[in-house]
Write a protein that binds this ligand. Structure first.
Ligand SMILES: [Zn+2]
Ligand SMILES: [Zn+2]
Length: 167
């Protein structure tokens, strides 16, 4: 299977069925640079949309599923996660009413930029192996999800220790 780096929707069927949603789906390989995570990459992106021709514009609504592979931001454990983002956009014929609007012309709708923008805006800021990952101890490096260490990493105690330093 050829995996494209673009999301291209052929509107031929939509033009024949005004007002009727038509299912569209594709798997694509988008730029890893979209991710805010230093240690993870975008393995694949699946786009599932209902595309409706609401003369003269096109409405696309559905989900973007990002498969992300890499290492947890906190504990560095190898992590694979599938993140679903809702998508709902209008594509204006030939020109948009404002500069943030997306456009299409002819029977070929290129939704790549709209999908990429949604990923950039909607992904959570951290890539975690689980929502409550406790991370690594900053002193001894033990994985705090697996066991507790005896290190004293309490903030107040760190400040107390600083106070007691003699110069
Ligand atoms: Zn983790
Ligand atoms: Zn420790």
């Amino acid at each position: 299977m050829i995996v494209s780096d673009k999301v291209i929707i052929d509107l031929t069927d939509n033009f024949a069925q005004v007002g009727e949603p038509i299912e569209y789906s594709c798997v694509c390989d988008l730029d890893d640079g979209l991710l805010p995570y230093p240690n993870a990459s975008l393995a694949k992106t699946e786009v599932r949309l209902n595309v409706t021709f609401v003369k003269p514009n096109v409405q696309a609504e559905g989900t973007i599923v990002c498969l992300i592979k890499g290492f947890c931001d906190r504990c560095l454990k190898e992590t694979v996660r599938s993140v679903e983002l809702p998508f709902n956009q209008t594509f204006y014929k030939d020109s948009a009413p404002d500069e943030d609007g997306y456009v299409y012309s002819g029977s070929r709708l290129d939704a790549t930029k709209a999908v990429c923008d949604e990923i950039v805006v909607s992904l959570p800021m951290s890539f975690l192996c689980k929502p409550d990952c406790k991370g690594l101890c900053p002193k001894c490096g033990v994985d705090l999800n697996e066991r507790q260490c005896d290190c004293d990493t309490d903030r107040e105690n760190v400040f107390a220790a600083l106070k007691n330093l003699k110069f």
